[in-house]
Design a binder for this molecule. Structure first.
Ligand code: TYM
Length: 339
């Protein structure tokens, strides 16, 4: 394996949904920020992944830009990491094609996300949705990343990335490290419904850039203990989703107080939800402020993404040279001349 790196590499990606929600942030992006000081980090807004599901070309650029604003507001520092758009580094799709020849179709069909997203469409489903995790493997292997900070829902996709790294190395010689997922304590944040994973498409999310009134309104709809029907009923914090958020966001004394006062019905669900709204409003305040500053300077965002893509392309080209060489693809500039 050719490797002149001084630090381990980290790569992760996120779909351009326009805004980060609490699940993305606590499940993955908080780790992205933490890792920047220690590792060489590449973070990609994966627009080519997003086109596998229905999307609107008219609003897509704004959604991509919105995600860049969210990520920078959440703490990504372009001086310490490379943030780039996947489609601006064509080597991602190039390596993806190579990896499709190594990808076991059975494993692709068994992917939980593929099954969820394909629903009852049968064979009408687009092939991109099936190949989605192969493109994800290309994203990672292109940078020879060892660590991939993600939420729990991406662990199965990373298993495929390791399968593909192994298959490539066995067939063509040691080239790729096997990437490991890095999970946070909040690897699966549930949505406001308290039932399903928080996601923008389900509309059960709180955005990190939501304004205070929106956060209060959304928290008002949050599900708590379904058996606590009256204000005077004792609550069961161990089944309450809002209590899991306290465990993530509140200090020890508050967690203890909420636990005791909920069980003894001193604290009502609505009061607790408004307490959580205030905690979230404060926690995300610096991000809202940074986002407002960034939106006032759209050129800066463009420059950050352009520089990120330059840095990513440098690594990606190097890896592709090595891949072509290992695979015996004839390169006219240095291959055999038979004539
Ligand atoms: P995406 O865009 O759905 O989500 C981005 C990151 O946020 C995490 N996440 C969550 N974590 C905890 N609780 C939740 N409710 C929650 N919702 C989302 C996801 O696990 C993810 O880490 N396929 C990927 C994008 C991708 C990628 C990659 C990731 C493309 N190429 C290469 C890592 C490496 C996706 O759709 O994530």
């Amino acid at each position: 394996m050719t490797d002149a790196r001084s630090r381990s590499r980290v790569l992760s990606g996120i779909q351009p949904t326009g805004e980060l929600h609490m699940g993305n942030y606590f499940g993955a992006v908080e780790n992205w920020v933490r890792l920047m000081d220690e590792f060489e980090c590449f973070y990609s807004i994966v627009d080519y992944h997003a086109i596998t599901a229905g999307y609107n070309p008219a609003t897509f650029p704004a959604a991509v830009e919105g995600m860049a604003v969210s990520l920078l507001a959440a703490g990504l520092d372009p001086g310490k990491c490379s943030l780039f758009l996947q489609s601006e580094v064509p080597e991602h799709t190039e390596l993806c094609w190579i990896l499709t020849s190594l990808a076991p179709l059975g494993q692709l069909y068994r992917m939980t996300q593929f099954k969820d997203k394909s629903g009852d469409q049968g064979e009408a489903i687009n092939a991109g949705l099936l190949m989605y995790p192969v493109l994800q493997a290309a994203d990672i292997l292109l940078y020879k990343a060892d660590r991939v900070p993600v939420g729990e829902d991406q662990v199965q996709h990373l298993e495929l990335s390791r399968t593909l790294a192994r298959r490539f190395n066995n067939a063509f010689g040691d080239t790729f490290p096997e990437p490991q997922p890095l999970l946070t304590e909040a690897k699966r944040i549930l949505g406001l419904d308290g039932q399903t994973k928080m996601s923008k498409s389900k509309g059960n999310h709180i955005g990190i850039l939501d304004d205070p009134d929106t956060i209060r309104t959304k928290m008002g709809t949050a599900f708590t203990d379904p058996q606590r029907l009256r204000r005077t009923d004792p609550g069961r914090p161990w089944v309450c989703n809002v209590f899991t958020w306290h465990k993530l966001l509140s200090d020890e004394a508050t967690i203890e107080r909420v636990d005791v006062e909920c069980r003894s019905a001193v604290l009502g669900c609505f009061e607790d939800k408004m307490m959580m709204a205030d905690i979230l409003i404060e926690r995300f305040r610096p991000m809202r402020e940074r986002a407002a500053e960034l939106r006032a300077r759209p050129e800066t965002i463009r420059e950050i993404l352009a520089a990120g893509a330059d840095a990513a392309r440098r690594v990606a080209r190097e890896t592709m040279e090595e891949v072509r060489e290992a695979m015996g693809l004839w390169q006219t500039k240095r291959g055999p001349v038979t004539a």
